[in-house]
Design a protein around this ligand. Structure first.
Ligand code: SF4
Length: 357
């Protein structure tokens, strides 16, 4: 067995995480949900969302039967909403193409929307004890340091090399739960010891053969990509109020906030009064500028200029695309985090966030 596998399996018994609610659960649905939620989000943030999601949609079939809107409401505030849309889409696919049975091979799992090779491998390991290698960001970091692999892991040649290494160090699986323990240990080491900044090498079970540690070059791995400054975008959000209700518009999918409810948005420089009149059929009083709100996405920064407008008269027919809603009730809809923040600030809402239960 590889040094990494032996050490990690041994280490995990006393030092790994054993308390997470999805651990020890062989239900592929529970494993899948936890892996997807953990893709871009910290464990502590995921915990209440995971519990609530499992309460609302305890099975694949309940998720498939739910309207996408209801799924987005539960996901609201967790970000990266394409994950929720893909979960819903995949649940429909599993019901339609696999008679409700979650596929049990990594290759088949990987064909579901929103599931890459590493996530598919993790599900195959934890739900079906398959001998598959994972390579998420944490594992990439461990392997680049352990083997002293230079070069940006996002480049395909480096990524391929890391996949080779990840497979090379897999444990033999003659003991029950060996692959599960190893995979969990790798995840735990990345989350608690071989962390991004100042890893705890002194207590690391891999220290003896770790190239980066032995050569005192830990901070050089993984090689980072030269970062260009993020592009900046600006937008004006129109908070239209009528009879103490706020107008929200459902964003089209696909898109960064596709299928989520937001205030109508216009470009900076566009006259809001004229926009409301001609595009929405709403006559408004002079807008009041509210404090600016900054939000950072992975690929750009958004500066939001909110404006409060009181409706004088309206011929808008809401259909499915618009709703008039009390600001406090809007917090219970599928709305993106910055809109949630904006509503709380503007309307002084300290209402308990349902997603934080
Ligand atoms: Fe990471 Fe340090 Fe362990 Fe090497 S010795 S794997 S750098 S924590």
């Amino acid at each position: 067995m590889s040094h990494i596998a032996t050490q990690l399996i041994h280490w995990h018994k006393d030092h790994g995480r054993h308390h997470l609610p999805w651990q020890g659960n062989r239900d592929p649905y529970a494993v899948w949900l936890s892996e997807v939620m953990l893709q871009q989000t910290q464990v502590n943030t995921v915990l209440p969302y995971y519990a609530r999601f499992m309460r609302e949609f305890p099975t694949i079939s309940s998720l498939a039967q739910a309207p996408l809107d209801a799924v987005l409401v539960i996901w609201s505030g967790l970000g990266y909403y394409s994950r929720a849309r893909n979960l819903h889409q995949a649940a429909l696919m599993i019901m339609r193409d696999y008679q409700g049975q979650f596929p049990d091979s990594r290759a088949m799992i990987q064909k579901l929307p929103g599931i890459g090779r590493s996530t598919a491998a993790a599900i195959a390991v934890f739900a079906f004890s398959k001998r598959e290698a994972i390579l998420d960001g944490n594992v990439q970091r461990i392997l680049t340091r352990y083997f002293g692999i230079a070069g940006y892991p996002g480049e395909s040649s480096i990524k391929n090399l890391l996949w080779e290494k990840a497979e090379e160090v897999l444990p033999v699986t003659y003991r029950e739960n060996q692959i599960e323990t190893y995979t969990q240990a790798l995840m735990d080491l990345g989350a608690t010891v071989c962390i991004r900044h100042t890893p705890f090498c002194k207590i690391c079970p891999l220290q003896q053969h770790c190239v980066a540690f032995k050569e005192k070059r830990v901070e050089q791995f993984p090689t980072t990509r030269l970062r260009k400054p993020l592009p900046k975008k600006e937008a004006v959000f129109l908070l239209l109020m009528q009879h103490q209700k706020l107008l929200l518009e459902k964003r089209p999918a696909p898109g960064i906030w596709g299928e989520l409810w937001c205030p109508p948005e216009i470009k900076t420089g566009v006259d809001p009064v004229s926009y409301c009149q001609h595009q929405l059929g709403i006559t408004v009083q002079f807008p009041v500028e509210l404090p600016i709100l900054d939000h950072q996405f992975t690929h750009f920064k958004l500066r939001i200029h909110p404006q409060l407008l009181h409706v004088v008269s309206s011929t808008l027919n809401p259909h499915n695309k618009f709703i008039w809603i009390k600001p406090s009730d809007a917090l219970e809809q599928a709305i993106p985090a910055p809109v949630r923040e904006l509503l709380k600030q503007t309307f002084l809402l300290d209402k308990h966030d349902p997603n934080k239960d």
